[in-house]
Design a protein. Structure first.
Length: 542
């Protein structure tokens, strides 16, 4: 009896220059992968030393759904066009594989062979032109569509293949049409229906102004309080999903109450404050922070001065030191959970999966041994021994955040992820890039595979403060050094001000020349004049 090879995987094809978008997709698929609904694959899952071309070939052969992160770099990639797209397009035609293009940035998508497939978003509105909320909505829709793929686990006879494919594809396409039913040409993406709508009034005095964030089980809205005349952030459950058991529903509700309880016991300027818990619907009312997430800023490739990054690190280290002393571990430190307010102060938000020594926080996740966190920022122990994750995991995650902020294009310290299993049990040394050596040494300690070798939050604060003091001192020294002297006069900096010495004009044409002084500090005009007087005597003696 002939058998048909199963197609069970979600294959993600992308250009390595678009890694930041892959990370966001990973985040939205993580929940479904954790509960066993989705099995996705991309080249970050290739182990060091493996025959990577063969690994890609195997993954392509078992692909049921292909997500294509389309950009100009993607379309320009020779490897993608010659090795990935042909088998995917062939599988779509012959075996009913689903192709989902996502347009990341302006490109010639309409002129490519991919235009025959309905894109998730219109070419006229790539992700690069969307607001942060619209981008998150797009990733969430894709995750929901993928999660509704149902593929039989048993082998099938050839006679049943067509029938099974038709049923599976009907289910998949029906879900896709529900999510993207308004797609035409040009295509548009609408905000999914939610229990809470913009303009809605909650508890008679909160008016919803905007939906600012949504995950698989919660949403955060910006609301105006008519009574107190101020803005608040309100976090509500968002459980508009099929297939959630009563245990899952209870866990998410307990989780929200747990977050409120933990935040209610923290009072720090760099940690978002909680003000009250609301019922019907269940929600927590929190401080509204006017600003932008660090994730959003880094995605725009905005270059931070080292001085500013170190200051942000000091503030976050101080906040974590306070939380750790209270017995609280955040467990999900990442750029999207750090808001820079209008004064440039970092505010730590989203204690959704935080643990507390004073509360049984592990029980709410069903199994304490299951992975919790965001893979890109998780410490090695979160993969190996999640039941023993402590404050050192926050320090590792903060190290990844600072490393990304200090490198171009948000470089990862470990290219294949932070799980030691990807490196035969031992993490390699992170690359230094352009990071100043003393700061690089601090980061290497933070990114240590072993929790006991990482500095505590209070020690990190002191280390960064010492580095900042040295940085200031060096800047002050440079500001009083001479970098250029030329001919009829001398320009030099003293306390960041440039002074011109007109008395050098007494030199005649015969003595005009360029004299360069490098890293010579001039404290008085007499010293400057003394240098030139000596040179003048030397010239006359020749």
């Amino acid at each position: 009896m002939d058998t048909f090879p199963e197609r069970t995987k979600v294959f993600i094809s992308y250009s390595h220059k678009d890694t930041k978008h892959l990370d966001r997709l990973h985040t939205h698929l993580a929940h479904y992968e954790r509960i066993g609904v989705v099995d996705y694959w991309d080249d970050t899952k290739i182990s060091p030393g493996a025959e990577w071309k063969e690994e890609i070939k195997k993954a392509l052969q078992s692909t049921k759904v292909a997500i294509l992160l389309v950009s100009a770099d993607f379309l320009a990639s020779k490897f993608i066009s010659e090795n990935e797209l042909p088998p995917l397009l062939s599988a779509a035609k012959a075996n009913g594989a689903i192709i989902l293009p996502v347009i990341l940035s302006p490109c010639v998508f309409e002129a490519s062979s991919l235009f025959q497939f309905q894109a998730v978003n219109p070419p006229s509105k790539p992700l690069s032109k969307m607001s942060r909320h619209e981008k998150e909505e797009t990733w969430l829709k894709i995750a929901r569509v993928i999660s509704n793929t149902r593929i039989p686990q048993e082998h099938l006879t050839n006679e049943k293949v067509s029938e099974v494919r038709a049923d599976a594809n009907k289910s998949m396409l029906a879900e896709a049409n529900k999510e993207f039913s308004h797609f035409a040409s040009p295509q548009e993406i609408l905000v999914a229906d939610s229990r809470v709508q913009v303009g809605q009034r909650l508890w008679n005095h909160y008016q919803v102004l905007a939906i600012v964030g949504r995950t698989n089980h919660s949403e955060v809205v910006k609301a105006w309080d008519d009574v107190l005349k101020r803005l608040f952030a309100i976090k509500l459950l968002y459980l508009d999903q099929a297939g959630l058991s009563d245990n899952h529903l209870k866990r998410f509700k307990d989780n929200l109450l747990q977050e409120a309880s933990i935040l209610g016991n923290l009072d720090h300027n760099n940690i978002a404050k909680v003000f009250s818990i609301m019922r019907e619907p269940l929600a927590i009312v929190m401080q509204w922070v006017e600003g932008r997430s660090l994730d959003e800023i880094l995605n725009e490739s905005i270059s931070f001065p080292v001085y500013d990054i170190v200051k942000i690190g000091m503030k976050l280290a101080n906040a974590l030191s306070y939380a750790h002393n209270k017995g609280v571990t955040h467990r999900d430190i990442k750029p999207s959970n750090i808001i820079l307010n209008e004064q440039g102060e970092p505010i730590l938000i989203d204690f959704d999966i935080a643990s507390s020594n004073h509360q049984n926080t592990n029980a709410q996740y069903n199994e304490a041994s299951s992975y919790i966190g965001s893979a890109e920022y998780s410490a090695p122990e979160q993969f190996e021994h999640p039941e023993n994750v402590g404050s050192a995991a926050d320090m590792f995650a903060l190290g990844v955040v600072l490393y990304q902020a200090l490198t171009n294009s948000r470089q990862r310290p470990y290219p294949f992820g932070n799980n030691p299993k990807q490196y035969d049990g031992k993490l390699p040394q992170p690359k230094q890039h352009d990071i100043p050596l003393p700061l690089y040494q601090i980061l290497c300690a933070l990114l240590s595979q072993h929790p006991m070798k990482r500095p505590s939050a209070s020690k990190l604060h002191d280390q960064l403060k010492a580095f900042l003091t040295t940085l200031k001192r060096n800047d002050e020294n440079k500001s009083s050094e001479t970098f250029l002297t030329k001919g009829m006069g001398i320009r030099f900096e003293v306390e960041r001000h440039i002074t011109f010495c007109p008395f050098i004009d007494r030199w005649n044409e015969d003595h005009r020349r360029t004299i360069e002084f490098t890293r010579v500090r001039f404290n008085t005009y007499q010293q400057v004049w003394g240098v030139f007087a000596r040179n003048e005597r030397m010239d006359r003696s020749n």
